[in-house]
Design a protein around this ligand. Structure first.
Ligand SMILES: [Cu+2]
Length: 156
């Protein structure tokens, strides 16, 4: 009995460490206007294991809460749905985009400026945790407009 249990544990241990890894790459957060309390975040989650990896929760010590959303555009209406768990297929990846999966990051005070980094912790179904530093980047502001409190008219 004891030998059997030890062997089974040994196999489980080996599998967990032999089947590859889960990576969170290219994590970034879009800098928001100073008066908007929610930020959008993006990342690419890569699953090099042989099983589906499920993202169960995302959090940040700097945020009140982080949700996974999916945007859907039907005819002319854009809607967002909160996703309870996000499956990443074995050997595959899910790339977040403004028109697809994205993170909504609530309650970061004070709001981060471009160039800052916010830690994001991704928790997976198999007890894996991946923490990344997501870079805050300014959104595509029109030429001549700078962020950081100064609105500059770009006209010559
Ligand atoms: Cu959203």
């Amino acid at each position: 009995m004891t030998i059997f249990a030890a062997t089974a544990l040994g196999i489980a241990y080996t599998l967990a460490y032999a089947t590859g890894s889960v990576r969170v790459a290219e994590a970034w957060i879009e800098e928001g206007p100073p008066d908007v309390p929610v930020l959008a975040g993006y990342a690419t989650i890569q699953n090099a294991t042989a099983q589906t990896a499920r993202v169960l929760n995302v959090s940040s010590p700097r945020a009140e809460r982080v949700e996974i959303h999916r945007s859907e555009i039907t005819e002319n209406t854009a809607t967002m749905t909160r996703i309870g768990e996000l499956p990443i297929p074995p050997g595959g990846e899910v790339r977040f985009t403004p028109a697809g999966y994205h993170l909504m990051i609530y309650g970061v005070a004070p709001p981060p400026a471009a160039g800052e980094k916010l830690p994001l912790k991704f928790e997976f179904n198999d007890d894996r945790m991946v923490t990344v530093e997501a870079l805050v980047r300014s959104n595509e502001a029109p030429a001549g407009v700078t962020r950081g409190g100064d609105q500059v008219d770009g006209k010559p």
